[in-house]
Design a protein around this ligand. Structure first.
Ligand code: TRP
Length: 326
């Protein structure tokens, strides 16, 4: 049975890297198959971290283009900008009325932020209510969540239930969580797990020069070109194993294990670079095409915004009737 699913990503300007691609973006693309899936650029959520209008606008568009590049120009997934949806904040306001203060005080995100900084702003406190609106406003049935978002989804369910109970009507669906299976880590160029915060990542959309620089600087041991090497402990080979074809993996493994041939880590890195460039080629080509045809992207976003606005409007008609506002 096809389900309505949604996810949101904040346009914080960080580049999408290989780990994001493998463990967030492609799994969502796969989950979307056979379902009615939407992903939105959570610019209203990002207001808290991007305090520069020009920057936020650009980053939002760039992020939409990145997703469109990976999902494909004819993707059935609806990609939209949160702030294009006129009534989303009105829905949030109505939901605020049925959200217990005590529930909000229990949010980990708020408690953590407060522990670190006593002068937090109201976004930190209110954000789970906007997140609830992002979900229940469109009758979403399931939301893929990582561990950090499980509690927020639970709060979404609480808020939906509180509304239905307060008004004695089944206006909102309580969405279920699709908890992502434990994700694996990927080695970054310094050998620690690939992560934005370590700045050790290989970006999906890095230009060729940057990608080459990053790949060539992957940390290895210091064995010589003609030494036998251990593929199982090599960061370069770990990546080859994930992105290469079975034939490439087998051939390179053989070279690691054969003594007295001229195959050093430099060669392995160049092989990895080729493999990555091939693996990412389609995404990168689509992105360049989109970047040179912004009107196409804008038209897509406008069409998707129209669809999602219509969905929320249908819900808002019921909601306004039930609560007695226009
Ligand atoms: N809170 C999510 C995050 O920080 C982003 C988000 C906002 C979201 N609204 C959502 C995710 C609705 C799923 C559904 O990553």
């Amino acid at each position: 049975m096809s389900k309505k699913i949604i996810t949101g990503v904040k346009p914080t300007g960080s580049s999408m890297h290989l780990w994001n691609l493998l463990w967030a973006v492609l799994p969502f693309k796969q989950l979307a198959e056979g379902n009615d899936a939407a992903i939105f650029i959570a610019d209203l959520h990002a207001l808290t971290s991007v305090k520069d209008g020009e920057k936020l606008r650009t980053q939002s568009l760039e992020l939409a283009i990145e997703y469109l590049s990976i999902f494909g120009k004819n993707t059935p997934i609806t990609i939209f900008r949160q702030s294009d949806i006129a009534d989303i904040t009105k829905l949030m306001w109505v939901l605020t009325n049925v959200t217990p203060y005590s529930l909000m005080l229990r949010a980990h995100s708020y408690k953590d932020a407060e522990a670190k900084n006593s002068d937090i702003n109201m976004w930190v406190f209110n954000y789970p209510i906007l997140m609830a609106a992002d979900i229940i406003g469109y009758d979403i049935e399931a939301v893929p969540v990582g561990k950090d978002q499980i509690q927020h989804l639970e709060m979404t369910r609480d808020i939906a239930r509180a509304f239905n109970k307060t008004y004695w009507q089944q206006v909102f669906i309580e969405p279920e969580a699709i908890v992502k299976k434990e994700v694996e880590t990927l080695p970054g160029i310094d050998g620690r797990k690939m992560s934005k915060s370590y700045d050790n990542f290989i970006g999906v959309f890095d230009d060729e020069k940057t990608m080459k620089k990053r790949v060539m600087s992957i940390v290895t041991d210091s064995l010589w070109v003609d030494d036998v090497k251990n593929p199982d402990t090599c960061n370069v080979f770990s990546l080859i194993k994930i992105f290469g074809t079975p034939e490439e993996i087998a051939a390179i493994w053989e070279k690691y294990r054969t003594p007295n041939i001229e195959f050093g880590y430099g060669h392995a890195k160049l092989a990895l670079l080729d493999i990555l460039q091939r693996y990412l080629a389609e995404y990168r080509n689509t992105r360049s095409e989109l970047l040179s045809d912004i009107p196409f992207v804008e038209a897509k976003l406008a069409e998707w915004a129209r669809i999602m606005n219509a969905r929320l409007e249908a819900k808002m008609r019921i909601l306004k009737e039930v609560v007695g506002v226009n």
